[in-house]
Design a protein around this ligand. Structure first.
Ligand SMILES: [Zn+2]
Length: 460
């Protein structure tokens, strides 16, 4: 019988160590560092609210606080990714870029790893994204209030990202999917043409409610990130108070259900969907509860899929071309109008008179977070209509594709080919609110979809 010599004992010891280590790694690999943080972003002084042009004065009360929240995922070595949700109607690209620059200089988070989203509440402050909505220039004082708010916001969100990064702890990430039915198509179509806003129960909608559930080693909920494709317009413009709409109430209710956890809402391709019913305070509670009950049900009853790696990411600005850049004569014909379209025409004439040009394209932000084969998350700028999520899921043959809109720049509506033929608010009627000279060119949907698929396929 061969006696084990020192060399073979050392070899066995090494093998045991390696096995132990690799088992440890397999176990550790399932746990991903995740950190979450929240900061109150309710305006502290009087200012104008945004989302509806009908309000004439600064807000009169705060009925619900607004929050910024961040979720940081991954190690410093691999470069952490951060998802931010802001209880705001939107924000201009310059806010996102300034924030990304400052985050990049104080952490290992690169631009492509930072996704900044808005919940699109229509009861939050004006942020500079929708200045034309008032139909007149805001006064110097009103503009100063916006600038002061945005400067404070930038500092707060920078601090928020730092806190989320510092809070990272080994966590389990689980993906699951529920459904909620209060989003209803709002485009009324007669003889193939848009006739106005209303309720179109048989119109296209997205009712999926994808959910990331973050737990600690003992299975305790640390955070919940959900997506639902619906406008933040339960509350309408006949009130003038600060509120997070159904998104704010859902976050509040979920955090009560899961004490100590952070709840985050991201909006999907719901730009042509309104919550129904709406326009009464009780419906905000009703929709918030519908989301909360579904989240609780999904976590208790549905089988979740583990997400075992931090995302790899990509980000790019992609040119979208306008259908038409109006001439000076065309702007002059509209400049007399006492509304948002008239204001936009006057602004454009002023630009031309200073020797400026009206651009023929717009740089549109697209971003993808790929959690390997387990989950793909897309971030699209602007108010994206429902056809995009349906088409992307179909073309990629992936019913679990997670599409976030209102991300990185709340720029304008992103209409689809079907809507181009019907016309109406999301195609033409809203573009001047966002300083856009016309609807987008006819092939815009095809170009965006092809670009997103290209970005997804580029990632591992
Ligand atoms: Zn909107």
């Amino acid at each position: 019988m061969k006696v084990l010599n020192i060399k073979s004992i050392a070899g066995i010891f090494l093998l045991v160590c390696l096995l132990g280590n690799s088992f440890g790694q397999i176990k550790n690999r399932e746990m991903i560092p995740v950190g979450v943080a929240s900061v109150d972003i309710t305006p502290e002084s009087p200012m104008r609210l945004s989302g509806y042009g009908s309000r004439k004065t600064v807000f009169d009360s705060v009925e619900q606080k607004l929050w910024a929240k961040a979720m940081a995922i991954g190690t410093d070595e691999e470069g952490p990714s951060v998802i931010i949700t802001l209880d705001l109607v939107g924000f201009p690209a310059v806010f996102a870029e300034r924030l990304a620059y400052r985050v990049g200089h104080t952490s290992r988070v690169e631009r492509k790893n930072l996704a900044i989203t808005a919940t699109h509440t229509h009861s939050g402050p004006e942020t500079g994204a929708l200045l034309n909505i008032f139909g007149r220039h805001l006064s110097g004082q009103e503009l100063n209030q916006v600038v002061e708010y945005m400067m404070g916001l930038e500092d707060k969100v920078l601090g928020l990202v730092k806190e989320a990064l510092a809070n990272r702890q080994p966590s389990y990430i689980n993906y699951s999917k529920g459904t909620a039915s209060f989003a209803m198509n709002r485009r009324v179509i007669e003889d193939g043409k848009w006739t106005g806003f209303g309720q179109t129960p048989d119109g296209p909608v997205e009712h999926d409610l994808p959910l990331l559930h973050i737990t600690d080693q003992k299975g305790r909920t640390r955070a919940l990130l959900l997506n639902y494709a619906c406008h933040g317009t339960t509350l309408m413009g006949d009130h003038n108070f600060v509120h997070g709409d159904w998104m704010g109430t859902a976050q509040e209710m979920i955090e009560k259900e899961f004490p100590g956890a952070t709840a985050m809402v991201v909006i999907g391709c719901g730009a042509d969907s309104n919550p129904q019913p709406r326009n009464e305070f009780k419906y905000v509670e009703q929709h918030g509860k519908a989301i909360t009950d579904e989240v609780v049900r999904v976590i208790k009853k549905e089988k979740a899929r583990p997400v075992t790696q931090a995302p790899t990411t990509t980000f790019k600005y992609f040119p979208l071309y306008y259908d038409h850049v109006p001439s000076k004569k065309e702007y002059m014909a509209k400049a007399e109008q006492d509304n948002a379209e008239g204001l936009f025409a006057r602004n454009s004439l002023e630009t031309l008179s200073r020797g400026g040009v009206i651009p023929d394209s717009y740089q549109y932000p697209l971003q993808v977070f790929s959690f390997g084969k387990e989950l793909t998350m897309v971030f699209m700028g602007g108010e994206v209509v429902v056809d995009y999520v349906h088409r992307l899921k179909k073309e990629l043959n992936n019913d679990d594709l997670w599409v976030n809109a209102y991300a990185n720049d709340i720029t304008c509506y992103i209409a689809s080919e079907r809507l181009f033929d019907e016309g109406g608010y999301e195609v033409d009627g809203s573009m001047h609110y966002y300083n856009k000279p016309s609807r987008f060119a006819k092939n815009t949907e095809d170009r965006i979809v092809a670009e997103i698929i290209r970005l997804i396929n580029k990632l591992p």
